[in-house]
Write a protein that binds this ligand. Structure first.
Ligand code: CDP
Ligand code: MG
Length: 690
């Protein structure tokens, strides 16, 4: 009774036609059942080889198709083989928070233990582990990097599995460089690098340690320091690829009509659609649901669900529950479903050809999230998602010629397209002084590096010798936030508004405090107006927070005001943690009550680099960044949209048809020179003010 289709199997049946529904996502009906499922996964055949390689090699690289069982099985094999004995811990990192939570709960379920005991997870601001009990710990690569600040050799771990290495997230790359150093000091530490695509060669080159390494006297014969590579054969089914004949003008619309067409013409089986982010995903969910209803049939059996990080727990679970009999699930996802998590039951994939990617330009000093074309490697991964349970179909919303001639073969590692400020401060805090000489899997650009050093110098984090300043630099490195936010918190201690700044920092750490998806945009905009502050978005957050507290933290109040109750609870939680950090590093906790000038001054202390000025001749709200003279506009979701104060600071940029500033406050330009005299030449700014 396998739910997998073998090629040539009799008549295709529905995925959910099996007894008890789709096994992988239903709760286990018994231990034997779970054992059988585990043994059916492709990695199972390699269990002995994997354990042998890990035993004998310092580094093992494992390549295997998504869904073959790398993430959920290998940590369990290691535990079964004794790698967690004696209080040691097996770590498995993921670039994405949602993936950390989802695989940890899956593994806890398979092992029949309570999440947070033998199997736990840690993401920023959420630690679900039990020291001394947890044997397998899933965590984001960013959290593991932070742990190195207190335990530079990561001594509690016996094996560290760097998973999803093909994603080349910035933290993964930094970790790989650091782990290579740690291995030299701790030959007993084992690394597993696992990846869905074959970049194994460059990875194994990276971990090839010199054969002529001199053994320090007295050192026992350790493992082979050269890395081993193992490839897990998958068992995907054939996927038929369909291209569009002409380029589509609007991938969102095209995705919507493709889904409806599949639903109309094709046999049952779930649909996975790759779009780019919360905005277009929410829009697509709404459009498909509406059009499906408009077609007159009462219940056509479509269940349309979004999937992106930041989605509330309850909604995530819907995505993972087996599709009820007679229904067809449509999951509209970011590229999180590309390799990080596997959805069972998908037979059709619709690939927009785009994803949201971070791009940084060191010349203009602008970093933003851009909707950009994916690589061929990504397109192939997306296609593969359709062949998990039986032969499937993939609809690419771009032409075959475009795929062949214009798509790049591989994506660019994130470290080469990011602002390096957070990365540099972290390495400095770990005592790595020569950052350009660091052993990177892919080198960042020297322009970006120089920019980062310059910003950190202006923030007062680095001194003239590019060393962390004491105490500012060390304090900022200690706060688990972007250094610009940490700096604004630190400044608020001196300005007497730390309570307010901690609320703002907590709010900026979550995706949105507003509900989306129900009610109309107009209603939401009106609800927002109740809290709108003339000074800008950050001050409006404070109003929402105050209202929430005054309501007695009521969920009804949230509902009435279009505020996301779950998000507000998260803000409270993060706030508490940040308050503890603040106290530890000596920030005085104090409220400024209603003084919004000090609040904005504190923000300016962190975000001076993001200052913009309204163009004198502009009637359409055009701003220019002070540093790079780039054209930017206030995002329609901001309370300052159409208000257009002369001088503003923004928290981040998003770019669609134009570059939009998100989360904006108005400032007085004199605060800029006060906050960062080195950064803004006084004269130049003065001439702009007049
Ligand atoms: O890491 P890799 O992509 O190789 O596979 P995995 O995540 O370990 O998934 C192995 C199997 O476990 C797949 O069939 C998944 O569908 C299933 N799984 C699950 O049912 N629930 C999860 N939260 C994660 C995985
Ligand atoms: Mg995985």
């Amino acid at each position: 009774m396998s739910q997998f289709w073998k090629p040539g199997a009799e008549k295709p049946r529905l995925v959910d036609d099996e007894e008890g529904g789709v096994l992988f996502f239903s709760s286990p009906s018994g231990y034997a059942n779970i054992e059988r499922q585990r043994q059916r996964l492709p990695v199972y055949k390699y269990r002995t080889s994997i354990l042998y390689l890990v035993e004998t090699h310092a580094t093992t690289i494992i390549v295997g198709e998504t869904g073959s069982g790398k993430t959920t099985q290998i940590p369990q094999y290691l535990k079964e083989a004794g790698w967690a004995d004696g209080g040691r811990v097996i770590a498995c990192t993921q670039p994405r928070r949602l993936a950390v939570q989802s695989v940890a709960s899956r593994v806890a379920e398979e092992m029949g233990v309570k999440l947070g005991e033998e199997v736990g997870y840690t993401i920023r601001f959420e630690d679900v582990t039990n020291t001394g009990v947890t044997m397998i710990k899933f965590l984001t690569d960013g959290v593991l990097l932070r742990e190195m600040m207190n335990d530079p050799l990561l001594t509690k771990y016996s094996v560290i599995m760097i998973d999803e290495a093909h994603e080349r997230s910035i933290s993964t790359d930094i970790l790989l460089g650091l782990l290579k150093k740690i291995q030299r000091r701790r030959p007993e530490l084992r690394l597993i690098i696992s990846s869905a695509t074959i970049q194994a060669k460059s990875m194994s080159d990276f971990f090839q340690t010199s054969k002529t390494r001199r053994r320090p006297e007295g050192e026992e014969l350790g493992p082979n320091m050269e890395s081993a590579v193992l490839s897990v054969e998958g068992r995907g089914f054939n996927v038929q690829i369909h291209y569009v004949e002409e380029p589509v003008p609007d991938y969102l619309r095209a995705a919507v009509s493709t889904v409806l067409l599949i639903h109309e013409k094709e046999p049952m089986g779930d649909i996975l659609v790759f779009l780019t982010g919360q905005d277009d995903i929410d829009a697509a969910v709404q459009l498909i649901t509406e059009e499906d209803q408009n077609r007159g049939r009462k219940s056509s059996g479509l269940m349309v669900l979004p999937l992106y990080s930041g989605l509330p727990r309850s909604e995530q679970e819907l995505v993972f529950t087996p599709t009820p009999r007679g229904k067809r699930k449509v999951v509209i996802s970011t590229n999180i479903a590309e390799t990080s998590i596997t959805l069972e039951g998908v037979v059709y994939v619709v690939d927009s050809g785009f994803s949201k990617q971070r791009f940084y330009n060191p010349i203009t000093d602008i970093e933003n999230l851009v909707v950009a074309p994916i690589s061929k490697a990504s397109a192939r991964q997306r296609t593969g998602r359709a062949g998990r349970v039986r032969p499937g179909k993939c609809y690419r919303l771009y032409t075959e010629e475009y795929f062949a001639k214009e798509m790049s073969a591989e994506g660019i590692p994130e470290i080469q397209r990011s602002n390096l400020v957070p990365c540099v401060i972290q390495l400095k805090a770990l005592g790595i002084d020569n950052i350009l000489g660091f052993d990177w899997p892919a080198s960042p650009s020297s322009e970006a590096m120089v920019r980062a050093l310059e910003v950190l110098y202006s923030l007062g984090v680095l001194d003239d010798d590019a060393k962390l300043t004491s105490p500012t630099g060390f304090q900022i490195a200690e706060i688990p936030l972007d250094p610009m936010i940490s700096k604004m918190m630190l400044a608020s201690g001196q300005l007497g508004c730390s309570e307010e700044m901690i609320t703002i920092a907590a709010t900026l750490s979550i995706q949105s405090i507003w509900v989306s998806g129900w009610g109309s945009q107009k209603e939401l905009d009106e609800a927002k107006l109740n809290f709108a502050a003339a000074e800008g978005d950050h001050v409006s957050f404070l109003n929402v927070y105050k209202g929430f507290l005054q309501s007695g933290k009521s969920s009804q109040w949230c509902h009435k005001n279009f505020v996301n109750y779950q998000a507000m609870k998260k803000v409270l939680e993060i706030r508490e943690q940040l308050r503890r950090t603040a106290q530890r590093i000596g920030i005085v906790l104090k409220s400024c009550e209603r003084d919004t000038v000090v609040v904005r001054k504190a923000i300016t202390n962190g975000f001076f680099a993001n200052a913009c000025r309204l163009e004198a001749s502009s009637h359409d709200g055009k701003y220019k960044t002070i540093r790079g003279s780039q054209e930017v506009y206030i995002h329609p979701s901001s309370v300052l949209f159409r208000v257009n104060p002369k001088w503003v600071l923004y928290h981040s940029l998003v770019s669609t048809d134009k570059q939009y500033m998100r989360n904006v406050i108005s400032i007085d330009p004199s605060w800029l020179t006060e906050a960062a005299p080195h950064f803004y030449q006084h004269q130049r700014l003065k001439s702009m003010v007049h």
